[in-house]
Write a protein that binds this ligand. Sequence first.
Ligand SMILES: CC(=O)N[C@H]1[C@@H](OP(=O)(O)OP(=O)(O)OC[C@H]2O[C@@H](n3ccc(=O)[nH]c3=O)[C@H](O)[C@@H]2O)O[C@H](CO)[C@@H](O)[C@@H]1O[C@H](C)C(=O)N[C@@H](C)C(=O)N[C@H](CCC(=O)O)C(=O)O
Length: 505
Amino acid sequence: MAFPQVPWQAVEQRARAVAAGPVTSSGAPPDLVLQGLVTDSRAVTPGCLFACVRGQGSDGHRFAEQALAAGAAALLVDRPVAGGAPQLQVPSVRAALGPLGAQLAGDPADRLRLVGVTGSNGKTTTSTLVRGVLAAAGECAGVVTTLGARVGGLERSTRLTTPEAPELHGLLRWMLDEGATSAVVEASSIALDVGRVDAVHVQVAVFTGFEEDHLDHHGTIEQYWASKARLFSPERADSAVVVVDEPWGRRLADQARIPVTRVATDPAADADVRVVSWRTGAEGTSLVVEDADGRHRVSSPLVGRVHVGNLAAAWATGRSLGLDPGTVAAGLAATAPPAGRNTLLRSPGGPLVVVDYAHTPGALAAALQTARELAGPAGRVRLVLGARGRRDRYKRQGLGVAARAADEVWLTNEGSHGERPEAIVEELRVGLAGGDATVRTELDRRAAITGAVLAAGPRDVVLVVGRGHETTMTDDGAPLPFDDVAVAREALEQTTRDLVTEQAS
Ligand SMILES: CC(=O)N[C@H]1[C@@H](OP(=O)(O)OP(=O)(O)OC[C@H]2O[C@@H](n3ccc(=O)[nH]c3=O)[C@H](O)[C@@H]2O)O[C@H](CO)[C@@H](O)[C@@H]1O[C@H](C)C(=O)N[C@@H](C)C(=O)N[C@H](CCC(=O)O)C(=O)O
C-alpha cells in the first residue's frame, strides 16, 4: 500500500478547512512531507503524522515521544507537546482523523463507489450480499465488516467492525491499489458516533433494521438511533435504503433528507420494495420481491427468516445502484453466507447444528424460529446460550426470555471479560424462569456445545449463538483460541463415531 507523500502545507490547509476552531502549526521545516496518518504509537510507520487521540482509557499525547522515536515525522495534537517536534494543533484531534486520514491515504473514497451499511442486526450479512451483487455486475468490490477487510481474494484482519478513520481510509486505498472500483463498509453505531466514518461519502446508505443494542456506549435507545441516523444525511450519503419493518426504521425513512427506498418484509406494508412471499429451509431461502418494475424471484444459500430482510435490503441496494434485476438476483444467489451467520453443520445420523452470531434478544428469537422450522414437528431445539461479560448487561434477561422458545437450553460462558461467569448465567436464567425449556448450566463452553450435540437426536437442531465467526474468547486473561464451529464439528464427529460404534455392537 503506497501512501502518497503529502506536503505539510497541504495537510495544514485541509486541517484549517475542516476545523471548528483555530489551527496552529509549529516546528515544521518548509520541505516537510508526511506519509500516512497513524493513531497508535505501536503501529507507527516512517514519516507518518501521529495523531494524539484522547481516549477513554488513555491520552494519545502520552505516546507522542514513543511515536517520534519510532519514526513519526510530526504530531497532530490538541495541545502543545514539548520537545520541538513538528506539530499541528487543532481543536479536536478525533474530528480531524477522517479528513486528514483521507488526505494522507490519497483520498481513495473519492475514487470508489461506496455503500455504507448500518443497523442493529444483519450489517455483516447485508454488506456481504451487496458485495456479491456488485461482483455480479462485474465490479471488483472491497468490503469492510466485523469479519475483516477483503478485496478480490485478499484479506486483512481488523480489530473493530468499523476501524478508526485513518485505518479505514488506508483500507480503501489498499482496495483501490488492488483494482477495486467499489467498496461496502459496515458502519457500526459506535463508529458513526465517534467519527470513524468521517470523510466517507456513500452512494447508498443502508439501514437493516433496529433493536436496542450497545446502550453501554450510547446510553439511551434514542442516542443509539441518532448515531445510526447520522449516516442518512446529504453530507454522508446520496440515497438511502431503509428497512421499515419497525417504527424506528419508519422514523428514519421519514426524517432522512435524502431520497429513500423503503423496504418491507410485510407484503401489506407501504414500501417501495416489498417481500411478497418467502420460504426458508436447510437448503436456503427463496423470496419474491416486488418493486417498481414488478415481481422478481430471488434465491440465496442463506438459511433463516432473519435473512429475508437482509436479502430484500441487498436487493433494493443493488437496484438503487442502477443494476438490473437479473444481475442483482444472480449476485444474491451466488453469495455464500458470511462465517458464523447461520453456519450449518451436519453429520450422518447426528443432529443439525447451527452456529450463529445472534447476541440480541431479537436476533436470538429469529434464530430460534429458524431452528424450530428446521427441526420440524418431530425434532427438538437445543440452544447453547451465554452472554458476553462487561457488555450490555441489560440484554441478558431479554436473551433468557427469548431462549424460552427452545426445548432445552445449555447456559454457558461466552467470554466473561473478568466478570463471574456464574453471575452472567444467573442473569440469563432470570429471563428463562417460568418457561417450559429444560435448563442446564455448563460453564465450560466446549462441554456445553458437546453435551448439547451428544444429547441431540438425528431430527434435532442444536443452535449455538453469541460468537459466530469469532475464534478467540476472553475470560480473565488474554484472549484464548475458541471456535464454536470447530468445537461443534468435533462433537458431531464424536456423534458419528458413537453411532458407528453402537451399530457395530
Ligand atoms: C469504546 C470504544 O470504541 N473504544 C475504542 C477507543 O478506545 P479508547 O477511547 O479507550 O482508546 P484508548 O485505549 O484510551 O487509546 C487512546 C489513544 O491512544 C492510543 N494509544 C494507546 C496505547 C498505546 O500504547 N499507544 C497509543 O498510541 C490509541 O491508539 C488511541 O488512539 O479507541 C481504541 C483505539 O482505536 C479502540 O480500540 C477502542 O475500541 C474498543 C477495543 C472496543 O471494544 N470498541 C467496541 C465497543 C466497538 O467499537 N465496537 C464497534 C461495534 C461492534 C458491533 O457492532 O458489534 C466496532 O465498530 O467494532
